[in-house]
Design a protein around this ligand. Structure first.
Ligand code: SF4
Length: 466
């Protein structure tokens, strides 16, 4: 057996946080943010970096280079607190090495758990909630001063949602928050408790973001909100009005939005989407959660299976080629096999090319957590596997229609691993195509791509030479 040389033993290895072992030396005022969860959290992390850069902090690519580590957590799915403790624990050596290192927890777990986090895991120095991102410089200054721990996770219920979108480096495709929080209180969902009451940004502020991003070279903006289509500006404009004004008055190439609530998806909105289809991408994420009306009522979703299907029919009638995706929860308390079969059949009837499906798991503070007839894990898990298999077989067939079609792809980057350009079509399909990054820079361009291979999650094609 050959013995390892010293240089082999000391060769740095990659760690989970993207750093190396042994760890590299920290960079003065370096910040590393570990992000979990949805696009709202991704946008929030961007804002955290931007807020801290204004105070001379620098974004670093791995935790071992940081003097501030933030875990931007998500509590929508299972064991979120557990994940936070486990990640913080992995930074113990870094903390021991650098007494100046500050570790913080933000996002939904920060809002939910507050001071419990620092009590149970003393390595955590600060906790902040989803309403406290702009207070980060103040929190860090307190820790530099005399404070041992700082907890700032209160909601600002009365403060209007008047913020400007902040990012460090605007990209080709950008997120812009337009609403925050949620008033719907679906019985399974923790969001109303971790992101507070619903608020909308003023229409003029959103318009200004669009104009600013457009000047900086952004081509596509996704409007974000937990319930984006219940948007209501202070001037009385609703979501359809907002989309119409943004389509008419800005020169962005493409506009998307997520997540929509079916009960707020009305004819007015569909008509605006149809009228401005050249800008408003024909892709809608419309979570149905369950295909059974009794379960939907228990979930407090505000619609029946039949009403949901009517919305789908209304959308398909007005918007040619529209692509739908959805969220599904299987194994909600007391869901029977027959009711689960209603979910299976709705996947087919709705024609969803993409689904995001999860097993129900009880979340703290939610009504459904106290419902009787919680289903055993193995039943939930088995239903989920069946749902995925059912959908995969259907979606494999549905997406075949794209083979031979030419899709307009907005190129976002060159993927070095695959040596391919990659971008998204208006239908939100991720498309790879071959090309040479050195002779031509396609980033930010809309390219016609002839699709040669279509799988539900990824397409491959070739650039059509004009
Ligand atoms: S609409 Fe329902 S599922 Fe969506 S964020 Fe609000 S409470 Fe949660």
């Amino acid at each position: 057996m050959s013995e390892k040389t010293n240089s082999e033993i000391l060769k740095p290895i990659k760690t989970r946080s993207g750093g190396t072992w042994p760890p590299a030396s920290p960079i003065d005022r370096g910040v590393f943010i570990s992000t979990y969860g949805c696009q709202m959290n991704v946008a929030d992390s961007e804002r955290m970096y931007a807020v801290l850069e204004m105070q001379n902090y620098t974004q670093v690519p791995s935790a071992d280079l940081a003097e501030v580590i933030i875990i931007n957590s998500c509590s929508v799915r299972e064991k979120p607190v557990h994940k936070v403790y486990s990640e913080v624990g992995s930074y113990r050596v870094l903390k021991g090495r650098n007494p100046k290192l500050k570790i913080g927890v933000g996002g939904c777990v920060g809002s939910q758990e507050k001071g419990n986090l620092t009590k149970k895991q003393p390595l955590i120095d600060f906790v902040f909630g989803t309403d406290n991102i702009d207070e980060l410089p103040e929190i860090l200054a307190k820790l530099d001063d005399k404070y041992k721990k700082v907890i700032q996770s209160q909601f600002h219920h009365r403060t209007p949602y008047h913020i400007q979108t902040m990012v460090t480096q605007p990209g080709v495709a950008q997120f812009v928050n337009i609403t925050k929080g949620c008033d719907n209180f679906c019985t399974f969902c923790v969001v109303p408790f971790t992101r507070g009451r619903e608020k909308s940004r003023p229409l003029q502020h959103v318009l200004k973001d669009f104009q600013d991003f457009s000047l900086k070279g952004t081509k596509e903006i996704t409007l974000l909100g937990q319930n984006v289509n219940s948007y209501k500006s202070e001037c009385g404009a609703d979501f359809a009005d907002l989309l119409e004004i943004l389509s008419r008055e800005t020169d962005l190439l493409r506009i998307r939005f997520t997540t929509s609530h079916p009960k707020d998806f009305d004819q007015k909105l569909v008509d605006v989407m149809a009228r401005y289809q050249s800008k408003l991408c024909e892709y809608i994420h419309l979570p149905f959660q369950s295909g059974n009306s009794r379960v939907l009522e228990m979930m407090n979703r505000g619609y029946t299976r039949e009403e949901y299907l009517q919305k789908v029919a209304m959308i398909r009638a007005a918007i040619p080629g529209v692509v739908l995706s959805t969220d599904i929860i299987v194994g909600f308390p007391s869901e029977t096999e027959a009711e689960f079969q209603d979910t299976m059949s709705l996947v087919e009837e709705g024609g969803f090319e993409t689904i995001f499906a999860f097993m129900y798991s009880p979340r703290p503070m939610t009504k459904a957590a106290s419902f009787e007839s919680q289903l055993p894990e193995d039943v939930k898990s088995e239903r989920l596997q069946r749902l995925f298999a059912h959908h995969e077989a259907l979606a494999d067939g549905w997406v075949k229609k794209y083979e031979g079609q030419t899709l307009q792809v907005l190129v976002e980057k060159f993927d070095q691993n695959r040596s391919n350009w990659v971008g998204r079509s208006t239908q939100n399909k991720l498309v790879y195509f071959a090309g040479d990054q050195f002779t031509e820079n396609l980033i930010g361009q809309v390219c016609p791509i002839l699709i040669s291979k279509a799988r539900p999650s990824v397409f491959r094609g070739d650039l059509v030479k004009l």
